[in-house]
Design a protein around this ligand. Structure first.
Ligand SMILES: NC(=O)c1ccc[n+]([C@@H]2O[C@H](COP(=O)([O-])OP(=O)(O)OC[C@H]3O[C@@H](n4cnc5c(N)ncnc54)[C@H](O)[C@@H]3O)[C@@H](O)[C@H]2O)c1
Length: 359
């Protein structure tokens, strides 16, 4: 069975990883419509798809019109602050919806998306594609085998550089309404991996955030947080967009009773440290880096989303799963704002509640 699909948002990630994933999955998915407010962007994606797939999707500038083309699935790669509105329109039209991270910027919007998908009996998936990295899958296998013993802590470090030219590419970047700061944009993948690996429910979050060197932005460019889980494990987060003069590292370190792992590389694709009884080192340390920090996970993520529809099961990264990292980041924001540890589950909170807060 092939599923007819649309891509909404043909900017940096849409024209790159989503196009690539549609092409790689074209036996499963038929990209019949592409949409962007800027028609030239959608035209470029339609041309590129036609060159490789031999069939040109129809171009739209109004996503609502794509919903009347008979599509069964939509992938949403617009700015973060639009995900909710567009996703809700898709879901209400009984269209399976795969949405870029972060799925939305407010707890109640995320809950609304999850319940709408359930009410319409359609799938909702979120692009935390690094979960599909072979390096991450190796860790998950060890966790399932209980090879770590008790997992004590994990540390996520995202030590990157985003300069003024980056933020000037589009006026939604670095705003509370449409993006959030570096934790919500650049760091959410590693926060998702940290919470996924430590597992279980969050107990509380305490954090500070700062804006050190982006005075033209209202959001944070640095954050440090302690995330404690009900199972006793603790997540430690350091995220920054300020490393001079360029990106330094994205790593995730996991420390258990009988296991230590450090994932690194351009997109946490390598296994830099691997220590278990009788095992020292892992061949995935020698894996080549992907071409960008986006990694290579959109292709298997799309395949999984297709199979979830075809087999009527939940996608690997469902709406409920996609919500977890965003809820932690909103908890971090709230902790900074209220200068206290925030107990979970998080009461309704959204990025715009941070407007005017001193960073
Ligand atoms: N998974 C990842 O690794 C990854 C990487 C980069 C970006 N992202 C996420 O993808 C989203 C887009 O990021 P980007 O860097 O591609 O941004 P971008 O600004 O390059 O692209 C967004 C595109 O959406 C279009 N758009 C906006 N509103 C629209 C609407 N109503 N209808 C149709 N098109 C509309 C814009 O014209 C633009 O072309 C963000 O949520 C971002 O967080 C995810």
């Amino acid at each position: 069975m092939r599923i007819q699909a649309a891509l909404i948002g043909c900017g940096r990630i849409g024209s790159n990883k989503h196009l690539e994933a549609f092409l790689a999955n074209r036996e499963r998915l038929d990209l019949i419509a592409v949409c962007d407010l800027k028609p030239e962007r959608a035209e470029r994606v339609a041309d590129a798809y036609a060159t490789r797939a031999g069939k040109r999707p129809v171009v739209f500038t109004d996503y609502r019109k794509t919903l009347s083309t008979g599509i069964e699935m939509a992938a949403i790669a617009t700015e973060s602050g639009n995900h909710y509105t567009i996703a809700m329109d898709c879901l209400k039209n009984k269209v399976h919806t795969l949405v870029e991270k972060p799925m939305a910027l407010s707890v109640s919007e995320m809950d609304g998306m999850v319940s709408e998908a359930k009410a319409r009996s359609v799938k909702l998936g979120v692009c935390f594609q690094n979960r599909f990295n072979p390096s991450v899958q190796e860790v998950v296998k060890k966790l399932r085998e209980n090879a770590f013993g008790r997992v004590f802590t994990a540390t996520a470090r995202i030590l990157w550089n985003r300069d003024e030219a980056y933020y000037k590419q589009a006026n939604w970047r670095g705003t509370w309404r449409f993006d959030g700061g570096t934790l919500m944009n650049q760091c959410s993948h590693n926060i998702d991996l940290l919470q996924w690996i430590l597992g279980g429910e969050v107990d509380q979050v305490s954090a500070v955030i700062r804006n050190y060197r982006h005075p033209y932005l209202e959001v944070e460019d640095f954050g440090a947080a302690l995330i404690s889980f009900k199972n006793g494990s603790v997540g430690i987060l350091e995220g920054t967009a300020n490393v001079y003069p360029r990106n330094l590292e994205e790593t995730l370190s996991i420390f258990g009773e009988t296991g230590t792992v450090v994932l690194g590389g351009l997109a946490v694709n390598k296994i830099q440290t691997w220590q278990f009884p009788g095992e020292s080192g892992h061949p995935f340390n020698a894996l080549p880096d992907p071409e960008s920090v986006y990694g290579s996970g959109h292709i298997p993520l799309y395949q999984d989303f297709y199979e979830a529809i075809a087999q009527n099961r939940e996608p690997a990264i469902s709406g409920e799963e996609g919500k977890k990292a965003v809820e932690i980041i909103l908890g971090i924001y709230r902790s900074h704002k209220e200068k206290r540890a925030i107990p979970f589950p998080l009461a309704p909170f959204q990025t715009t509640d941070m407007a005017g807060v001193k960073l």
